[in-house]
Write a protein that binds this ligand. Sequence first.
Ligand SMILES: *Cc1c(COP(=O)(O)O)cnc(C)c1O
Length: 224
Amino acid sequence: MSIVSNLELIRSTLPAGVGLVCVSKFHPAAMIREAYMAGERLFGESRVQELCAKHEELGDLTDLRWHFIGHLQTNKVKYIVPFVDLIHGVDSPRLLREINKEAVKVGRVVNCLLQVHVAREETKFGFSPDELLAYMEQGEWRACSGVRICGVMGMASNTDDVSCVRDDFRRIQEVYLQLKHLYFSDASSFCELSMGMSGDYQYALECGASLVRVGSSIFGHRVY
Ligand SMILES: *Cc1c(COP(=O)(O)O)cnc(C)c1O
């Protein structure tokens, strides 16, 4: 299968209005260019150095938008803040503060999603639903003028048990709807629910995902 035909297949399953983040990590810039030529504009990377190198290499594609989807270390925030379009995985108050600080420095407002952790795996990053609600209640985020909180990101458990995957996505959606209701009912920019990858995005769509992050179904398997 080619990138173009993979994209056609995936596109045919996405409702209008759902954004496709083409997860290009570990794949060369030439493959990103191919997807771009096929009409894609959102690309997701999970390592800062790799993202910066590709941003430079593909600098001629001026309307290509870079999403950072991995765990972001605070000491690397400054490298991506000048150009990143959306940071999906804001998983701590400290990271949000750091993004804000660097964004203010360069005069940007950086779009961010708060990562909520519901999956079984203990190693995954993110706020638990309770931690996230407590953080929002506490209110420090309101003073962060360099950050625009646009929604919530999450991952389902890594399991073949579809009912477990659906439960996880439902819980992430509930957190999103709660935050929308409590803090962002007037904010049209709070509209993104990022969940679903190659193996489970169809279930995420059932639970209201507005952005899906698809890598291997587009670009093939990654060689780490
Ligand atoms: C790698 C990655 C994806 C894409 O995974 P695929 O299974 O290749 O579609 C999605 N989200 C995050 C956070 C990732 O790190």
